[in-house]
Design a protein around this ligand. Structure first.
Ligand SMILES: [Zn+2]
Length: 138
């Protein structure tokens, strides 16, 4: 198995700027931040992505992200809103294959955006058919 940088950080073998830790998660500063205060919520146990992440761990990560949102809001760091983002697989932009939840402070005019063409304009029938495919897979 190739070395996982987030496992190394959790194990104290690589540096991070930690903000919070509990029995499930470690939170530290993203080294390629969108804005100042950009945090990563990382489970202590390795999970490659969402499909590999125990649901209870995912739930804890979300709870920690809520706590981090409150802390950012009260920190004095410019934070008028927050985006929570978890990329699942490389097609979605995942670059480190240890599941992690981004907590991204946002403010008016910060320039961060999801860049999409929005060319796909489904009809209600399209939406219903797509919903049916997903429901059959639950
Ligand atoms: Zn890992």
């Amino acid at each position: 198995m190739t070395a996982c940088i987030f496992c190394e950080i959790v194990g104290g073998k690589a540096a991070c700027s930690a903000v919070y830790e509990d029995e499930t998660c470690l939170v530290f500063m993203d080294i390629h931040p969108v804005n100042a205060g950009h945090l990563l919520v990382v489970p202590k146990v390795h999970a490659t992505d969402l499909s590999d992440l125990p649901p209870e761990t995912g739930g804890k990560m979300f709870q920690v992200a809520q706590k981090m949102t409150a802390a950012l809001t009260n920190s004095g760091i410019r934070c008028e809103g927050v985006d929570l983002l978890m990329a699942h697989k490389s097609a979605a932009g995942q670059e480190v294959f240890h599941a992690h939840l981004h907590v991204i402070p946002r403010y008016q005019g910060d320039g961060f955006q999801f860049d999409a063409s929005y060319d796909y304009k489904p009809s209600r029938d399209d939406l219903d058919q797509t919903a049916a495919k997903i429901k059959r897979s639950l």
